[in-house]
Design a protein around this ligand. Structure first.
Ligand code: G6P
Length: 628
Protein backbone atom coordinates (compact mmCIF):
# COMPACT_ATOMS: atom_id res chain seq x y z
CA UNK A 1 0.00 0.00 0.00
CA UNK A 2 1.90 3.02 -1.34
CA UNK A 3 5.49 2.38 -2.29
CA UNK A 4 8.28 4.70 -1.26
CA UNK A 5 11.89 4.95 -2.43
CA UNK A 6 14.67 7.34 -1.44
CA UNK A 7 18.21 7.50 -2.78
CA UNK A 8 21.42 9.17 -1.64
CA UNK A 9 24.54 8.33 -3.63
CA UNK A 10 26.54 9.25 -6.71
CA UNK A 11 24.22 8.09 -9.49
CA UNK A 12 21.28 10.01 -10.99
CA UNK A 13 18.68 9.57 -8.26
CA UNK A 14 15.67 9.83 -10.59
CA UNK A 15 16.74 6.80 -12.67
CA UNK A 16 17.20 4.60 -9.62
CA UNK A 17 14.02 5.84 -7.98
CA UNK A 18 11.92 5.22 -11.10
CA UNK A 19 13.28 1.69 -11.37
CA UNK A 20 12.41 1.15 -7.71
CA UNK A 21 8.92 2.58 -8.21
CA UNK A 22 8.27 0.20 -11.11
CA UNK A 23 9.10 -2.70 -8.82
CA UNK A 24 6.98 -1.27 -5.99
CA UNK A 25 4.05 -0.41 -8.21
CA UNK A 26 2.10 -3.47 -7.04
CA UNK A 27 1.75 -1.69 -3.68
CA UNK A 28 -0.38 1.07 -5.20
CA UNK A 29 -0.75 2.61 -8.61
CA UNK A 30 -3.14 5.58 -8.52
CA UNK A 31 -0.42 8.15 -9.07
CA UNK A 32 3.33 8.54 -8.76
CA UNK A 33 5.94 11.22 -8.24
CA UNK A 34 9.61 11.92 -7.83
CA UNK A 35 11.60 14.80 -6.36
CA UNK A 36 15.37 15.32 -6.54
CA UNK A 37 17.65 17.87 -4.96
CA UNK A 38 19.82 19.86 -7.33
CA UNK A 39 21.78 23.05 -6.65
CA UNK A 40 19.76 23.88 -3.56
CA UNK A 41 16.43 23.38 -5.37
CA UNK A 42 13.75 20.72 -5.19
CA UNK A 43 12.95 19.43 -8.68
CA UNK A 44 9.54 17.79 -8.73
CA UNK A 45 7.46 15.72 -11.15
CA UNK A 46 4.21 14.00 -10.15
CA UNK A 47 1.26 12.70 -12.09
CA UNK A 48 -1.90 10.74 -11.52
CA UNK A 49 -1.79 7.40 -13.31
CA UNK A 50 0.77 4.64 -13.48
CA UNK A 51 4.53 4.92 -13.01
CA UNK A 52 4.97 4.76 -16.80
CA UNK A 53 3.15 8.12 -17.04
CA UNK A 54 5.65 9.54 -14.55
CA UNK A 55 8.58 8.08 -16.48
CA UNK A 56 7.51 10.12 -19.54
CA UNK A 57 7.08 13.22 -17.41
CA UNK A 58 10.53 12.86 -15.81
CA UNK A 59 12.10 12.32 -19.25
CA UNK A 60 11.02 15.87 -20.15
CA UNK A 61 12.88 17.34 -17.16
CA UNK A 62 16.36 15.70 -17.25
CA UNK A 63 16.72 15.53 -13.48
CA UNK A 64 20.41 15.05 -12.68
CA UNK A 65 20.49 15.32 -8.86
CA UNK A 66 21.95 12.44 -6.87
CA UNK A 67 19.64 12.73 -3.83
CA UNK A 68 15.94 12.09 -4.25
CA UNK A 69 12.67 10.47 -3.23
CA UNK A 70 9.79 8.85 -5.12
CA UNK A 71 6.34 7.46 -4.39
CA UNK A 72 3.63 5.34 -5.95
CA UNK A 73 0.27 6.00 -4.35
CA UNK A 74 -2.80 4.10 -3.18
CA UNK A 75 -5.12 6.94 -2.25
CA UNK A 76 -6.41 7.31 1.32
CA UNK A 77 -6.95 11.03 2.01
CA UNK A 78 -7.87 12.96 -1.10
CA UNK A 79 -8.82 11.80 -4.60
CA UNK A 80 -6.51 10.67 -7.37
CA UNK A 81 -5.16 13.97 -8.74
CA UNK A 82 -1.75 15.37 -9.64
CA UNK A 83 -1.95 17.69 -6.64
CA UNK A 84 -2.60 14.86 -4.21
CA UNK A 85 0.25 12.74 -5.62
CA UNK A 86 3.44 12.59 -3.55
CA UNK A 87 6.05 14.00 -2.98
CA UNK A 88 4.57 16.98 -1.19
CA UNK A 89 6.51 20.20 -0.76
CA UNK A 90 6.22 22.37 2.35
CA UNK A 91 4.76 25.79 1.73
CA UNK A 92 8.12 27.45 2.47
CA UNK A 93 9.63 25.32 -0.33
CA UNK A 94 12.25 23.78 1.96
CA UNK A 95 11.05 20.18 2.41
CA UNK A 96 9.81 17.36 0.20
CA UNK A 97 8.13 14.36 1.75
CA UNK A 98 6.72 10.97 0.71
CA UNK A 99 4.49 8.96 2.99
CA UNK A 100 2.89 5.56 3.29
CA UNK A 101 0.26 5.38 6.04
CA UNK A 102 -2.36 7.63 7.58
CA UNK A 103 -1.86 10.67 9.84
CA UNK A 104 -4.95 10.44 12.01
CA UNK A 105 -4.72 13.82 13.74
CA UNK A 106 -3.93 15.67 10.51
CA UNK A 107 -6.94 17.92 10.75
CA UNK A 108 -5.95 19.41 14.17
CA UNK A 109 -2.38 19.88 12.95
CA UNK A 110 -3.63 21.51 9.76
CA UNK A 111 -5.73 24.00 11.72
CA UNK A 112 -2.69 24.86 13.82
CA UNK A 113 -0.43 25.26 10.78
CA UNK A 114 -3.00 27.40 8.94
CA UNK A 115 -2.99 29.72 11.96
CA UNK A 116 0.79 29.96 11.59
CA UNK A 117 0.52 30.97 7.94
CA UNK A 118 1.32 27.64 6.25
CA UNK A 119 -0.57 26.97 3.01
CA UNK A 120 -1.78 23.73 1.44
CA UNK A 121 -1.99 22.62 -2.19
CA UNK A 122 -3.56 19.20 -1.64
CA UNK A 123 -6.21 17.41 0.41
CA UNK A 124 -3.71 14.95 1.85
CA UNK A 125 -2.64 14.18 5.41
CA UNK A 126 0.92 13.95 4.09
CA UNK A 127 1.24 17.60 3.18
CA UNK A 128 0.30 18.43 6.78
CA UNK A 129 3.24 16.42 8.09
CA UNK A 130 5.56 18.04 5.56
CA UNK A 131 4.56 21.51 6.77
CA UNK A 132 4.84 20.45 10.39
CA UNK A 133 8.47 19.52 9.76
CA UNK A 134 9.00 22.91 8.11
CA UNK A 135 7.41 24.59 11.14
CA UNK A 136 9.76 22.85 13.58
CA UNK A 137 12.76 23.53 11.34
CA UNK A 138 11.93 27.23 11.29
CA UNK A 139 11.71 27.18 15.11
CA UNK A 140 15.07 25.38 15.62
CA UNK A 141 18.01 27.75 15.95
CA UNK A 142 20.09 27.74 12.74
CA UNK A 143 23.35 25.83 13.17
CA UNK A 144 21.92 23.56 15.87
CA UNK A 145 23.65 20.26 15.36
CA UNK A 146 24.94 17.56 17.65
CA UNK A 147 28.48 16.24 17.31
CA UNK A 148 29.10 13.36 14.90
CA UNK A 149 28.12 9.99 16.16
CA UNK A 150 30.61 7.21 16.88
CA UNK A 151 28.75 4.02 15.96
CA UNK A 152 30.93 3.26 12.97
CA UNK A 153 28.64 4.84 10.43
CA UNK A 154 29.67 8.32 11.36
CA UNK A 155 27.00 10.73 10.17
CA UNK A 156 26.14 12.25 13.50
CA UNK A 157 22.83 11.51 15.20
CA UNK A 158 21.67 15.05 15.34
CA UNK A 159 21.15 17.90 12.93
CA UNK A 160 18.60 20.62 12.62
CA UNK A 161 16.99 18.68 9.74
CA UNK A 162 16.86 15.40 11.64
CA UNK A 163 15.61 17.01 14.86
CA UNK A 164 12.81 18.82 13.02
CA UNK A 165 11.57 15.54 11.60
CA UNK A 166 11.81 13.93 15.03
CA UNK A 167 9.87 16.77 16.69
CA UNK A 168 7.15 16.67 14.04
CA UNK A 169 6.75 12.91 14.41
CA UNK A 170 6.40 13.27 18.16
CA UNK A 171 3.17 15.19 17.50
CA UNK A 172 1.76 12.79 14.99
CA UNK A 173 -0.85 10.08 15.62
CA UNK A 174 -1.28 7.34 13.05
CA UNK A 175 0.97 5.28 10.86
CA UNK A 176 3.80 6.25 8.59
CA UNK A 177 6.74 5.23 6.52
CA UNK A 178 8.24 8.52 5.36
CA UNK A 179 11.29 9.87 3.57
CA UNK A 180 12.13 13.57 3.65
CA UNK A 181 14.49 15.88 1.75
CA UNK A 182 15.62 19.34 2.88
CA UNK A 183 17.00 21.96 0.48
CA UNK A 184 19.61 23.04 3.03
CA UNK A 185 21.07 19.49 3.18
CA UNK A 186 21.76 18.50 -0.43
CA UNK A 187 23.20 15.04 0.26
CA UNK A 188 20.96 14.05 3.16
CA UNK A 189 17.72 12.21 3.63
CA UNK A 190 15.72 11.43 6.77
CA UNK A 191 13.32 8.48 6.87
CA UNK A 192 11.20 7.01 9.66
CA UNK A 193 8.59 4.37 10.24
CA UNK A 194 5.69 3.52 12.49
CA UNK A 195 3.54 0.55 11.45
CA UNK A 196 4.40 1.00 7.76
CA UNK A 197 7.27 -1.03 6.35
CA UNK A 198 10.62 0.58 5.62
CA UNK A 199 14.08 -0.78 5.00
CA UNK A 200 17.48 0.62 4.17
CA UNK A 201 19.61 -0.86 1.40
CA UNK A 202 23.32 -0.40 2.07
CA UNK A 203 25.08 -0.28 -1.30
CA UNK A 204 28.47 0.59 -2.67
CA UNK A 205 28.76 4.32 -1.93
CA UNK A 206 25.00 4.68 -1.89
CA UNK A 207 21.97 4.09 0.32
CA UNK A 208 18.40 3.38 -0.68
CA UNK A 209 15.33 3.63 1.49
CA UNK A 210 12.34 1.59 0.34
CA UNK A 211 9.05 0.06 1.41
CA UNK A 212 10.25 -3.38 0.45
CA UNK A 213 13.25 -5.25 -0.81
CA UNK A 214 12.13 -5.51 -4.44
CA UNK A 215 13.01 -1.81 -4.90
CA UNK A 216 16.63 -2.21 -3.79
CA UNK A 217 17.54 -5.72 -4.90
CA UNK A 218 19.07 -4.59 -8.22
CA UNK A 219 21.50 -2.31 -6.29
CA UNK A 220 22.33 -4.29 -3.15
CA UNK A 221 21.43 -7.37 -1.14
CA UNK A 222 22.56 -5.81 2.17
CA UNK A 223 19.64 -4.49 4.09
CA UNK A 224 18.72 -3.02 7.47
CA UNK A 225 15.08 -3.65 8.44
CA UNK A 226 13.93 -0.60 10.37
CA UNK A 227 11.73 -1.05 13.41
CA UNK A 228 8.74 0.99 14.49
CA UNK A 229 9.74 4.29 16.05
CA UNK A 230 13.16 4.38 14.34
CA UNK A 231 14.52 7.25 12.29
CA UNK A 232 17.37 6.84 9.84
CA UNK A 233 19.51 9.76 8.79
CA UNK A 234 21.53 9.39 5.59
CA UNK A 235 24.35 11.91 5.44
CA UNK A 236 28.05 12.21 4.56
CA UNK A 237 28.11 8.82 2.84
CA UNK A 238 26.90 6.96 5.95
CA UNK A 239 23.86 6.58 8.14
CA UNK A 240 22.72 6.62 11.73
CA UNK A 241 19.61 5.19 13.27
CA UNK A 242 17.98 6.66 16.35
CA UNK A 243 14.60 6.30 17.98
CA UNK A 244 11.89 8.92 18.25
CA UNK A 245 13.10 9.39 21.83
CA UNK A 246 16.62 10.11 20.54
CA UNK A 247 18.24 6.85 21.65
CA UNK A 248 20.96 5.44 19.40
CA UNK A 249 20.28 2.15 17.62
CA UNK A 250 23.03 -0.25 16.49
CA UNK A 251 22.07 -1.33 12.99
CA UNK A 252 21.94 -5.02 12.04
CA UNK A 253 22.74 -5.55 8.36
CA UNK A 254 20.95 -8.62 6.90
CA UNK A 255 21.30 -10.28 3.48
CA UNK A 256 18.36 -10.67 1.12
CA UNK A 257 18.30 -14.31 0.06
CA UNK A 258 16.55 -14.00 -3.28
CA UNK A 259 17.80 -12.34 -6.44
CA UNK A 260 16.61 -9.86 -9.02
CA UNK A 261 15.37 -12.57 -11.41
CA UNK A 262 12.88 -13.71 -8.75
CA UNK A 263 11.27 -10.29 -8.96
CA UNK A 264 11.03 -10.26 -12.78
CA UNK A 265 8.38 -11.67 -15.11
CA UNK A 266 10.78 -13.53 -17.40
CA UNK A 267 8.88 -14.94 -20.39
CA UNK A 268 5.49 -14.79 -18.72
CA UNK A 269 2.86 -12.23 -19.70
CA UNK A 270 2.04 -11.40 -16.09
CA UNK A 271 3.49 -11.94 -12.62
CA UNK A 272 0.31 -13.78 -11.70
CA UNK A 273 0.85 -16.28 -14.51
CA UNK A 274 4.49 -16.73 -13.52
CA UNK A 275 3.55 -17.23 -9.88
CA UNK A 276 0.85 -19.80 -10.73
CA UNK A 277 3.34 -21.80 -12.76
CA UNK A 278 6.06 -21.45 -10.09
CA UNK A 279 3.90 -23.25 -7.54
CA UNK A 280 5.56 -26.69 -7.75
CA UNK A 281 8.94 -25.14 -6.95
CA UNK A 282 7.44 -22.83 -4.33
CA UNK A 283 5.90 -25.84 -2.57
CA UNK A 284 9.21 -27.69 -2.67
CA UNK A 285 10.92 -24.68 -1.10
CA UNK A 286 8.24 -24.40 1.59
CA UNK A 287 8.66 -28.02 2.69
CA UNK A 288 12.42 -28.41 2.20
CA UNK A 289 14.14 -29.74 5.35
CA UNK A 290 10.89 -29.73 7.28
CA UNK A 291 10.16 -33.44 7.65
CA UNK A 292 11.51 -35.66 10.39
CA UNK A 293 14.20 -38.23 9.51
CA UNK A 294 11.78 -41.11 10.03
CA UNK A 295 9.40 -39.44 7.54
CA UNK A 296 6.42 -39.50 9.88
CA UNK A 297 6.00 -35.86 10.91
CA UNK A 298 6.94 -32.24 10.23
CA UNK A 299 9.78 -30.27 11.82
CA UNK A 300 9.79 -26.54 12.33
CA UNK A 301 12.93 -24.79 13.54
CA UNK A 302 11.36 -21.47 14.47
CA UNK A 303 8.32 -22.28 16.60
CA UNK A 304 10.23 -21.62 19.83
CA UNK A 305 7.96 -24.15 21.54
CA UNK A 306 8.94 -27.56 22.84
CA UNK A 307 6.87 -30.63 22.10
CA UNK A 308 5.74 -30.74 25.72
CA UNK A 309 4.69 -27.07 25.64
CA UNK A 310 2.72 -27.78 22.49
CA UNK A 311 1.15 -30.79 24.21
CA UNK A 312 -0.41 -28.36 26.73
CA UNK A 313 -2.24 -26.52 23.96
CA UNK A 314 -5.83 -27.55 23.59
CA UNK A 315 -7.16 -24.86 21.29
CA UNK A 316 -5.90 -22.80 18.33
CA UNK A 317 -6.80 -19.36 17.08
CA UNK A 318 -5.86 -18.20 13.58
CA UNK A 319 -6.14 -14.61 12.34
CA UNK A 320 -5.51 -13.30 8.84
CA UNK A 321 -6.96 -11.22 6.01
CA UNK A 322 -7.98 -11.93 2.42
CA UNK A 323 -6.55 -15.00 0.78
CA UNK A 324 -4.50 -15.89 3.88
CA UNK A 325 -7.79 -16.07 5.83
CA UNK A 326 -8.98 -18.72 3.38
CA UNK A 327 -5.77 -20.67 4.01
CA UNK A 328 -6.53 -20.47 7.75
CA UNK A 329 -10.00 -21.95 7.15
CA UNK A 330 -8.47 -24.95 5.39
CA UNK A 331 -5.93 -25.31 8.21
CA UNK A 332 -8.79 -25.27 10.71
CA UNK A 333 -10.38 -28.17 8.90
CA UNK A 334 -7.14 -30.18 8.83
CA UNK A 335 -6.20 -29.58 12.49
CA UNK A 336 -9.70 -30.51 13.63
CA UNK A 337 -9.79 -33.55 11.36
CA UNK A 338 -6.33 -34.95 12.08
CA UNK A 339 -5.35 -33.56 15.50
CA UNK A 340 -8.91 -33.48 16.88
CA UNK A 341 -8.39 -30.10 18.53
CA UNK A 342 -10.73 -27.13 18.22
CA UNK A 343 -9.66 -24.24 16.02
CA UNK A 344 -11.15 -20.78 15.65
CA UNK A 345 -10.45 -18.60 12.64
CA UNK A 346 -11.15 -14.89 12.63
CA UNK A 347 -10.61 -12.00 10.30
CA UNK A 348 -7.74 -10.06 11.86
CA UNK A 349 -9.71 -6.83 11.35
CA UNK A 350 -12.59 -8.23 13.41
CA UNK A 351 -10.50 -9.90 16.07
CA UNK A 352 -8.65 -6.71 16.96
CA UNK A 353 -11.88 -4.97 17.99
CA UNK A 354 -13.99 -7.95 19.05
CA UNK A 355 -12.34 -8.50 22.43
CA UNK A 356 -13.14 -12.16 22.09
CA UNK A 357 -12.62 -14.37 25.13
CA UNK A 358 -9.77 -16.82 24.57
CA UNK A 359 -9.07 -20.00 26.48
CA UNK A 360 -5.91 -20.04 28.56
CA UNK A 361 -4.23 -22.87 26.63
CA UNK A 362 -4.81 -21.35 23.23
CA UNK A 363 -1.98 -21.07 20.74
CA UNK A 364 -2.37 -18.05 18.53
CA UNK A 365 -1.31 -18.02 14.87
CA UNK A 366 -1.32 -15.17 12.37
CA UNK A 367 -0.92 -15.80 8.65
CA UNK A 368 0.29 -13.14 6.26
CA UNK A 369 2.20 -13.32 2.99
CA UNK A 370 3.60 -9.81 3.32
CA UNK A 371 3.94 -9.77 7.08
CA UNK A 372 2.84 -6.12 6.93
CA UNK A 373 -0.98 -6.22 6.78
CA UNK A 374 -1.93 -3.71 9.43
CA UNK A 375 -4.98 -5.59 10.75
CA UNK A 376 -3.04 -8.83 11.08
CA UNK A 377 -0.24 -7.00 12.85
CA UNK A 378 -2.76 -5.38 15.19
CA UNK A 379 -4.34 -8.79 15.94
CA UNK A 380 -0.89 -10.14 16.79
CA UNK A 381 -0.21 -7.23 19.14
CA UNK A 382 -3.62 -7.55 20.77
CA UNK A 383 -3.09 -11.27 21.43
CA UNK A 384 0.40 -10.60 22.81
CA UNK A 385 -0.98 -7.85 25.02
CA UNK A 386 -3.34 -10.42 26.49
CA UNK A 387 -0.33 -12.61 27.25
CA UNK A 388 -0.60 -15.07 24.38
CA UNK A 389 2.33 -16.41 22.47
CA UNK A 390 1.81 -15.67 18.78
CA UNK A 391 3.31 -17.66 15.92
CA UNK A 392 3.42 -16.27 12.39
CA UNK A 393 3.18 -18.05 9.06
CA UNK A 394 4.68 -15.46 6.77
CA UNK A 395 6.57 -15.14 3.50
CA UNK A 396 8.55 -11.89 3.66
CA UNK A 397 11.69 -12.31 5.73
CA UNK A 398 12.31 -9.44 8.11
CA UNK A 399 8.72 -8.19 7.88
CA UNK A 400 7.15 -6.52 10.91
CA UNK A 401 4.97 -9.52 11.73
CA UNK A 402 7.93 -11.90 11.43
CA UNK A 403 9.92 -9.75 13.81
CA UNK A 404 7.20 -9.19 16.37
CA UNK A 405 5.90 -12.77 16.52
CA UNK A 406 7.16 -15.09 19.24
CA UNK A 407 8.09 -17.67 16.65
CA UNK A 408 6.93 -18.82 13.28
CA UNK A 409 7.33 -20.48 9.95
CA UNK A 410 8.66 -18.74 6.86
CA UNK A 411 7.04 -19.76 3.60
CA UNK A 412 10.20 -19.36 1.46
CA UNK A 413 8.33 -18.86 -1.82
CA UNK A 414 10.30 -15.80 -2.94
CA UNK A 415 8.70 -12.47 -3.79
CA UNK A 416 5.04 -12.56 -4.79
CA UNK A 417 4.40 -9.54 -6.99
CA UNK A 418 0.98 -10.20 -8.57
CA UNK A 419 -1.62 -8.48 -6.40
CA UNK A 420 -3.81 -11.59 -6.41
CA UNK A 421 -2.07 -14.13 -4.18
CA UNK A 422 -1.39 -17.54 -5.75
CA UNK A 423 1.88 -19.25 -4.84
CA UNK A 424 1.80 -17.75 -1.34
CA UNK A 425 -1.70 -19.22 -0.89
CA UNK A 426 -0.80 -22.79 -1.84
CA UNK A 427 2.31 -22.55 0.31
CA UNK A 428 0.13 -21.41 3.24
CA UNK A 429 -2.11 -24.42 2.60
CA UNK A 430 0.93 -26.67 2.64
CA UNK A 431 2.32 -25.19 5.85
CA UNK A 432 -1.12 -25.38 7.46
CA UNK A 433 -1.26 -29.06 6.50
CA UNK A 434 2.20 -29.58 8.00
CA UNK A 435 1.19 -27.84 11.23
CA UNK A 436 -1.87 -30.13 11.42
CA UNK A 437 0.39 -33.14 10.91
CA UNK A 438 2.87 -32.00 13.56
CA UNK A 439 0.16 -31.49 16.15
CA UNK A 440 -1.63 -34.71 15.18
CA UNK A 441 1.59 -36.71 15.60
CA UNK A 442 2.02 -35.25 19.10
CA UNK A 443 -1.40 -36.72 19.82
CA UNK A 444 -3.18 -39.68 18.28
CA UNK A 445 -1.98 -39.97 14.71
CA UNK A 446 -0.15 -43.27 14.21
CA UNK A 447 3.36 -43.61 12.79
CA UNK A 448 2.06 -45.24 9.60
CA UNK A 449 -0.64 -42.60 9.07
CA UNK A 450 2.08 -39.98 9.60
CA UNK A 451 4.27 -41.65 6.98
CA UNK A 452 1.46 -41.70 4.41
CA UNK A 453 0.61 -38.07 5.20
CA UNK A 454 4.26 -36.99 4.73
CA UNK A 455 4.61 -38.94 1.53
CA UNK A 456 1.39 -37.34 0.22
CA UNK A 457 2.69 -33.84 1.00
CA UNK A 458 5.98 -34.62 -0.71
CA UNK A 459 4.01 -35.59 -3.81
CA UNK A 460 2.05 -32.31 -3.89
CA UNK A 461 4.44 -30.44 -6.25
CA UNK A 462 4.13 -33.17 -8.90
CA UNK A 463 0.36 -33.25 -8.59
CA UNK A 464 0.29 -29.48 -9.09
CA UNK A 465 2.49 -29.95 -12.19
CA UNK A 466 -0.12 -32.36 -13.55
CA UNK A 467 -2.90 -29.81 -13.07
CA UNK A 468 -0.81 -27.05 -14.65
CA UNK A 469 -0.56 -29.20 -17.79
CA UNK A 470 -4.32 -28.73 -18.19
CA UNK A 471 -3.85 -24.98 -18.60
CA UNK A 472 -4.84 -25.02 -22.33
CA UNK A 473 -8.15 -26.77 -21.55
CA UNK A 474 -8.86 -24.43 -18.64
CA UNK A 475 -8.09 -21.48 -20.91
CA UNK A 476 -10.68 -22.77 -23.40
CA UNK A 477 -13.27 -23.03 -20.60
CA UNK A 478 -12.36 -19.48 -19.51
CA UNK A 479 -12.99 -18.18 -23.04
CA UNK A 480 -16.46 -19.77 -23.09
CA UNK A 481 -17.51 -18.22 -19.79
CA UNK A 482 -15.58 -14.93 -19.76
CA UNK A 483 -18.58 -12.72 -20.58
CA UNK A 484 -20.86 -13.82 -17.75
CA UNK A 485 -21.50 -11.20 -15.10
CA UNK A 486 -22.08 -13.45 -12.05
CA UNK A 487 -20.48 -16.67 -10.84
CA UNK A 488 -21.05 -19.00 -7.90
CA UNK A 489 -18.23 -21.12 -6.46
CA UNK A 490 -19.45 -24.05 -4.41
CA UNK A 491 -17.54 -26.59 -2.32
CA UNK A 492 -17.81 -28.50 0.92
CA UNK A 493 -15.59 -29.26 3.92
CA UNK A 494 -11.96 -28.39 3.18
CA UNK A 495 -12.96 -27.17 -0.28
CA UNK A 496 -15.52 -24.66 0.97
CA UNK A 497 -12.63 -22.20 1.64
CA UNK A 498 -11.45 -22.96 -1.89
CA UNK A 499 -14.88 -21.87 -3.14
CA UNK A 500 -14.37 -18.60 -1.26
CA UNK A 501 -10.89 -18.26 -2.73
CA UNK A 502 -12.09 -19.05 -6.27
CA UNK A 503 -14.76 -16.33 -5.97
CA UNK A 504 -12.25 -13.86 -4.53
CA UNK A 505 -9.72 -14.48 -7.31
CA UNK A 506 -12.35 -13.93 -9.99
CA UNK A 507 -13.67 -10.74 -8.34
CA UNK A 508 -10.21 -9.32 -7.73
CA UNK A 509 -8.82 -9.56 -11.22
CA UNK A 510 -11.76 -9.70 -13.62
CA UNK A 511 -14.33 -7.56 -11.72
CA UNK A 512 -16.97 -10.25 -12.18
CA UNK A 513 -19.38 -10.57 -9.27
CA UNK A 514 -18.75 -13.96 -7.66
CA UNK A 515 -19.77 -15.62 -4.42
CA UNK A 516 -18.34 -18.61 -2.63
CA UNK A 517 -20.74 -20.83 -0.67
CA UNK A 518 -20.83 -24.24 0.94
CA UNK A 519 -22.46 -26.29 -1.83
CA UNK A 520 -25.46 -27.32 0.26
CA UNK A 521 -26.09 -23.76 1.51
CA UNK A 522 -26.65 -22.65 -2.06
CA UNK A 523 -30.33 -23.55 -1.62
CA UNK A 524 -30.68 -20.94 1.14
CA UNK A 525 -30.41 -17.86 -1.01
CA UNK A 526 -27.82 -17.93 -3.79
CA UNK A 527 -29.98 -20.26 -5.88
CA UNK A 528 -32.14 -17.20 -6.54
CA UNK A 529 -29.30 -15.90 -8.73
CA UNK A 530 -29.26 -18.98 -10.92
CA UNK A 531 -30.13 -18.62 -14.59
CA UNK A 532 -28.39 -19.29 -17.90
CA UNK A 533 -26.38 -16.16 -17.12
CA UNK A 534 -24.83 -17.37 -13.86
CA UNK A 535 -22.37 -20.27 -14.06
CA UNK A 536 -21.56 -22.33 -10.95
CA UNK A 537 -18.10 -23.76 -10.37
CA UNK A 538 -18.41 -26.89 -8.24
CA UNK A 539 -15.67 -28.68 -6.34
CA UNK A 540 -16.82 -32.30 -6.35
CA UNK A 541 -13.98 -34.53 -5.19
CA UNK A 542 -14.27 -38.26 -4.63
CA UNK A 543 -15.48 -39.14 -1.16
CA UNK A 544 -18.46 -39.39 1.11
CA UNK A 545 -20.04 -36.11 0.02
CA UNK A 546 -19.56 -36.58 -3.74
CA UNK A 547 -23.18 -37.67 -4.29
CA UNK A 548 -24.48 -34.78 -2.20
CA UNK A 549 -22.52 -32.29 -4.32
CA UNK A 550 -23.85 -33.94 -7.47
CA UNK A 551 -27.38 -33.40 -6.13
CA UNK A 552 -26.59 -29.70 -5.70
CA UNK A 553 -25.37 -29.63 -9.31
CA UNK A 554 -28.66 -31.18 -10.43
CA UNK A 555 -30.55 -28.42 -8.62
CA UNK A 556 -28.55 -25.80 -10.51
CA UNK A 557 -28.96 -27.60 -13.82
CA UNK A 558 -32.72 -27.87 -13.30
CA UNK A 559 -32.75 -24.07 -13.25
CA UNK A 560 -30.69 -23.80 -16.45
CA UNK A 561 -27.51 -22.71 -14.62
CA UNK A 562 -24.29 -23.66 -16.45
CA UNK A 563 -22.10 -26.02 -14.38
CA UNK A 564 -18.29 -26.15 -14.37
CA UNK A 565 -17.34 -29.24 -12.38
CA UNK A 566 -13.93 -29.76 -10.77
CA UNK A 567 -13.82 -33.45 -9.94
CA UNK A 568 -11.11 -35.94 -9.00
CA UNK A 569 -10.02 -38.97 -11.03
CA UNK A 570 -12.43 -41.85 -10.73
CA UNK A 571 -15.55 -39.70 -10.21
CA UNK A 572 -18.42 -40.25 -12.62
CA UNK A 573 -20.85 -37.45 -13.30
CA UNK A 574 -24.27 -38.16 -14.83
CA UNK A 575 -24.05 -37.50 -18.59
CA UNK A 576 -24.88 -33.93 -19.60
CA UNK A 577 -24.85 -32.58 -16.05
CA UNK A 578 -21.70 -30.48 -16.38
CA UNK A 579 -21.04 -28.02 -19.20
CA UNK A 580 -17.30 -28.24 -18.54
CA UNK A 581 -15.25 -30.67 -16.46
CA UNK A 582 -11.77 -30.29 -14.98
CA UNK A 583 -10.33 -33.48 -13.53
CA UNK A 584 -7.81 -33.35 -10.70
CA UNK A 585 -5.52 -36.22 -9.73
CA UNK A 586 -6.86 -38.25 -6.84
CA UNK A 587 -4.93 -37.35 -3.69
CA UNK A 588 -4.67 -37.31 0.11
CA UNK A 589 -7.13 -35.06 1.96
CA UNK A 590 -4.32 -32.80 3.16
CA UNK A 591 -3.13 -32.21 -0.41
CA UNK A 592 -6.53 -31.86 -2.08
CA UNK A 593 -6.99 -28.12 -1.28
CA UNK A 594 -3.55 -27.35 -2.75
CA UNK A 595 -4.32 -29.20 -5.96
CA UNK A 596 -7.84 -27.75 -6.13
CA UNK A 597 -6.53 -24.19 -5.89
CA UNK A 598 -4.77 -24.38 -9.24
CA UNK A 599 -7.75 -24.71 -11.64
CA UNK A 600 -9.59 -21.77 -10.05
CA UNK A 601 -6.44 -19.64 -10.20
CA UNK A 602 -6.04 -20.48 -13.89
CA UNK A 603 -9.74 -19.98 -14.62
CA UNK A 604 -9.73 -16.52 -13.04
CA UNK A 605 -6.45 -15.60 -14.70
CA UNK A 606 -7.57 -16.57 -18.21
CA UNK A 607 -11.02 -14.97 -17.78
CA UNK A 608 -9.35 -11.70 -16.69
CA UNK A 609 -6.95 -11.81 -19.65
CA UNK A 610 -9.86 -12.54 -22.01
CA UNK A 611 -11.68 -9.48 -20.62
CA UNK A 612 -8.60 -7.33 -21.12
CA UNK A 613 -8.12 -6.62 -17.41
CA UNK A 614 -4.83 -5.50 -15.88
CA UNK A 615 -4.20 -8.77 -14.07
CA UNK A 616 -1.21 -7.75 -11.96
CA UNK A 617 -2.64 -4.39 -10.96
CA UNK A 618 -6.39 -4.75 -10.50
CA UNK A 619 -8.29 -1.53 -9.94
CA UNK A 620 -8.58 -0.23 -6.36
CA UNK A 621 -6.49 -3.05 -4.86
CA UNK A 622 -3.02 -3.14 -3.37
CA UNK A 623 -0.80 -6.04 -2.55
CA UNK A 624 -0.03 -5.15 1.00
CA UNK A 625 -2.67 -3.31 2.99
CA UNK A 626 -0.86 -1.21 5.54
CA UNK A 627 -3.75 1.10 6.41
CA UNK A 628 -6.90 0.17 8.33
C1 G6P B 1 -4.55 -7.78 0.23
C2 G6P B 1 -4.16 -8.58 -1.01
C3 G6P B 1 -4.60 -10.03 -0.85
C4 G6P B 1 -4.05 -10.62 0.44
C5 G6P B 1 -4.43 -9.78 1.66
C6 G6P B 1 -3.69 -10.23 2.91
O1 G6P B 1 -5.91 -7.64 0.27
O2 G6P B 1 -4.73 -8.01 -2.17
O3 G6P B 1 -4.14 -10.79 -1.96
O4 G6P B 1 -4.52 -11.92 0.59
O5 G6P B 1 -4.07 -8.41 1.44
O6 G6P B 1 -2.31 -10.04 2.70
P1 G6P B 1 -1.18 -10.72 3.54
O7 G6P B 1 0.09 -10.13 3.03
O8 G6P B 1 -1.44 -10.38 4.98
O9 G6P B 1 -1.27 -12.20 3.31
Amino acid sequence: MCGIVGYVGKQKAATIILEGLKRLEYRGYDSAGVCVLKDGRLELAKKSGRVEVLVKEVARHHFTGTTGIGHTRWATHGGVTDANAHPHISSDGKFALIHNGVIENYSQIKTFLLSKGYGFQSETDTEVLCNLIAYHYAKEPAGASNPPHANGHGTGSGSRFLESVRKALQHVEGTYGIAVLCVDCPTELVAARKASPLLLGVGDGEHIIASDASAIISRTQSVVYLKDGEIVHLARGGFTITTLEQEDVSPVVDKITWSISDAEKGNYAHFMEKEIFEQPIALENSMRGRFSEDGSTANFGGLNLTASELRQIDRFMFCACGTAWHACLVTEHLIERFARLPVEVDYASEFRYRNSPLDRNTLFFVMSQSGETIDTLAALREAQRKGYRVLAINNVVGSTIAREANGGIYQHVGPEIGVASTKAFTSQLLIGAMVALYIARLRDMSFSDGVSYVSALKGAPDLVRQVLKQAPEIKAIAKRFARHADFLFLGRLSLFPLALEGALKLKEISYIHAEGYPAAEMKHGPIALISEECPSVFFAPKGEIFNKVVSSMQEIKARKGPVIAIITEGCELPPGLADAVITLPDCHEAVLPIVAAVPVQLLSYYIAVERGCDVDKPRNLAKSVTVE
